[in-house]
Ligand binder design. Structure first.
Ligand code: PGA
Length: 256
């Protein structure tokens, strides 16, 4: 794991954007796994500002609420449109977001997995992290081998996500999410976390044991993971000086 601590979320997002930009230049048909939520907004804003060619890029979103139509303002399809897709030349046929309105959830999930495989698997997966350590909507105790499926949100995640709805009562209880096994098959992964409220989950994920009680801790088993943090999200890590030392002393060929 590479831990990149920056003074602000803006600085961290800008480095993360540069990495994605480099991938899209090296591989114009790259397959991106994308996250929603407050955390990646700045990353997407930065990407939208860069003059990148998205015409061949394929994207798969991590998750979607069950029962929300794509045009609902809190749906993740809408989020992606508002925060990124409307600003870039991505082909609509190359955008994949789980269908929260499907009548056949297991069948849809199997097809979503098949579509990821058919695209050649995800080159780079963007992740946020929940306060309970979830990635995608894989809540604590999710199988570390799980695939795309329906999940039930915890009460805390529903409260945390009420900010995107008129009221907490309107937050759906169920979601479709890529599984942890699905996420782990990505060639590289970047996780972003900002703010003091994420510090506990980040410390568990990076320095704690690998456990389904903190799904993000599974990333310790992935060979190419970068964790982008602001100071507040890094505040509970014990080896901060080492992470800074590593970043400041990268060999030139490894710099980004
Ligand atoms: P947030 O959500 O970016 O809105 O904090 C992150 C997550 O729940 O994964």
């Amino acid at each position: 794991m590479e831990i990149i601590i920056q003074p602000t979320d803006e600085a961290a997002s800008s480095i993360a954007a540069r990495l994605i930009a480099r991938l899209l230049r090296d591989k114009p048909s790259a397959v991106l796994g994308l996250a929603t939520g407050n955390t990646p907004r700045m990353l997407y804003r930065e990407l939208a500002r860069m003059s990148l060619d998205w015409s061949k890029v394929r994207t798969f979103d991590l998750d979607e609420y069950v029962g929300l139509p794509p045009e609902h303002p809190a749906s993740y399809r809408q989020f992606m449109w508002e925060n990124l897709f409307r600003y870039v030349n991505i082909a609509p046929a190359n955008i994949h977001v789980p269908d929260g309105m499907t009548k056949d959830i297991p069948g849809f999930c199997a097809r979503y997995e098949g579509a990821i495989r058919a695209a050649g698997n995800i080159d780079l997966q963007v992740l946020g992290i929940g306060r309970d350590g979830h990635i995608g909507f894989n809540e604590p105790t999710s199988s570390l081998a799980s695939r795309t499926r329906i999940k039930t949100l915890t009460a805390q995640t529903r409260r945390d996500n009420a900010k995107f709805f008129d009221s907490e009562a309107n937050v759906p209880h169920h979601v479709i999410t890529m599984g942890i096994g699905t996420i782990m098959e990505s060639r590289q992964i970047m996780l972003l976390a900002f703010g003091e409220q994420k510090a506990h989950a980040v410390a568990h994920a990076v320095e704690g044991p690998v456990t389904a009680m903190c799904p993000a801790s599974v990333l310790q088993l992935h060979p190419v993971v970068k964790i982008f943090l602001d100071e507040a999200a890094a505040s509970r890590l014990t080896k901060v000086d080492y992470y800074r030392w590593v970043y400041d002393n990268k060999p030139d060929w490894q710099k980004f």
